[in-house]
Write a protein that binds this ligand. Structure first.
Ligand code: GDP
Ligand code: IMO
Ligand code: MG
Length: 429
């Protein structure tokens, strides 16, 4: 009966989709609570690969209800395309629910995201250019348009007109480019409604119903702790809160409802986009990990920056998210590396830092202090229980848990469902 929050402990792409899919077998409901289609979650089921951006990864199990909560920003075009993509591949999407309170990504948000990145030049964030930042800006500025507004033709027309007056001024006068036309957007967005209407509801009521019946509720985070607007490597972050605490706000439940928080930890570190990355490997070793781990973005196709595991980051993630369990993924990617390193602290101008610094200037100067391990040089992809793993791989895993003082309840040794080792059951039925 627990309500479990699953989050990314690093800079995203830790394998949250795979772990969510695995846990979804026993989850009655899977809820996304923040972000939008900047997320890219790849899930492999029976040798078929599914790429999801907006719809919770739980959709691939027929039994679970999937909810897009109020904290998510929805691009309706992407949603409709994702629904069609799933239906074409034989996945039933009837269980989907969309929050009335979720904000919409509008075409001008996408254009603004692109223009801002271009304007910033070398100082760009490296966003996914999906309009995420501008959509959350409008939400905070109290001019955003929600699904509930889209349902009301008059309200939608009025809000869209007001927004376009303001945005077109920006496009024309600041960016010296053409603006958007009311009728085109109005018709297009109203056109998505027939495909979306049946899913739109007050999702917090539904989640509470599940909670009151002691059902298994899984909150699926997108992005990762270091991309959080408050706790991440600001300003190189996303515009939402990927940390566990945000599940309450983004789904409409109170903190007392949450029983457990799981952090997904990739066995090494990756990052997409700009910003400092102390353990980054800019050499052949980094290229090797990128190739072995297929570290290319699911959303934008960009090569992911790769580096050794950073425990300073993981201890920070354990604290900020209140982790009581971790899921360590992609262990198999390290199978053929002779010497593996873990960063345990930073050297900042001769001073040893054990806490993740707030200043990016400091972070950029931090040199990793490493502990070295002998690689296990053996195939882990066929391991199905902990005892199957080579002793040196177990030592690596135990050292990670020991350093962050959080037990590893799940270990992934490949992208497939069955390539998952469970050490502690998360949900029981
Ligand atoms: P997410 O954004 O956190 O859901 O992660 P992504 O889906 O963007 O990236 C993780 C990638 O690694 C996906 O392509 C997964 O199929 C794959 N993956 C997940 N777990 C494992 C694992 O244990 N081993 C390997 N080799 N691949 C994995
Ligand atoms: P998942 O859920 C990795 C990064 C972008 C950029 C920054 C801001 O697949 O782990 P945005 O478009 O959100 O304004 O971009 O955040 N980013 C991600 N990096 N995984 C993600 O999602 C990401 N979503 C956003 O690359 O650096
Ligand atoms: Mg991803």
């Amino acid at each position: 009966m627990p309500a479990v929050v699953l989050i990314g402990s690093q800079w995203g792409d830790e394998g949250k989709g795979k772990i969510t899919d695995y846990l979804a077998e026993k989850a009655d409901v899977v809820v996304r609570y923040q972000g939008g289609n900047n997320a890219g979650h790849t899930v492999v089921v029976d040798n078929q690969e599914f790429k999801l951006h907006l719809i919770p990864s739980g959709i691939l199990y027929p039994g679970s209800t999937c909810i897009i909560g109020n904290g998510v920003v929805i691009d309706p075009q992407v949603l409709v395309e994702e629904l069609e993509y799933l239906e074409k591949r034989g996945i039933c999407t009837d269980s989907l629910k969309l929050s009335l309170r979720a904000h919409l990504i509008m075409p001008y948000h996408i254009r603004l995201d692109e223009l801002e990145e271009e304007r910033k030049g070398v100082n760009k964030i490296g966003t996914t250019r999906r309009g995420i930042g501008p959509a959350y800006m409008d939400k905070a500025a109290r001019i955003g348009i929600r699904l509930v507004d889209l349902l009301d033709e008059e309200e939608f027309a009025e809000r869209l007109k007001r927004n376009l007056d303001e945005k077109n001024n920006l496009f024309n006068k600041i960016y010296e480019t053409e603006g958007f036309e009311f009728t085109e957007i109005f018709e297009r967005y109203r056109g998505y409604l027939p495909k979306m209407r049946k899913y739109i509801t007050d999702t917090s009521v539904i989640i509470h119903q599940f909670l009151s019946e002691k059902k298994n509720v899984l909150f699926e985070g997108a992005q990762g702790t270091l991309l959080d607007m408050d706790h991440g490597t600001y300003p190189y972050v996303t515009s939402s809160h990927p940390v566990a605490g945000a599940a309450c706000i983004g789904a409409g439940v109170g903190p007392s409802e949450i029983n457990k928080t799981i952090g997904v930890v990739k066995s090494y570190t990756t990052r997409v986009g700009e910003g400092p990355f102390p353990t980054e490997l800019l050499d052949e070793q980094g290229d090797f990990i990128r190739r072995q781990g297929h570290e290319f973005g699911t959303t934008t196709g960009r090569p992911r920056r790769c580096g050794w595991l950073d425990v300073v980051i993981l201890r920070y993630a354990a604290r900020i998210n209140g982790l009581n369990s971790i899921a360590i993924t992609k262990l198999d990617v390290l199978d053929n590396i002779e010497r593996i390193k873990i960063c345990t602290a930073y050297d900042y101008r001769g001073e040893v830092l054990t806490e993740f610094p707030a200043s990016l200037k400091v972070l950029a100067e931090c040199k990793p202090i490493y502990e070295e391990f002998e690689g296990w040089m053996a195939d882990t992809t066929t391991a199905r229980c902990y005892e199957d793993l080579p002793p040196k791989a177990k030592m690596y895993l135990e050292r990670i848990s020991g350093l962050i003082k959080v037990p590893a309840s799940i270990i992934a040794v490949g992208p497939k469902r069955e390539q998952t080792i469970i050490r502690e059951a998360i949900f029981t039925r």
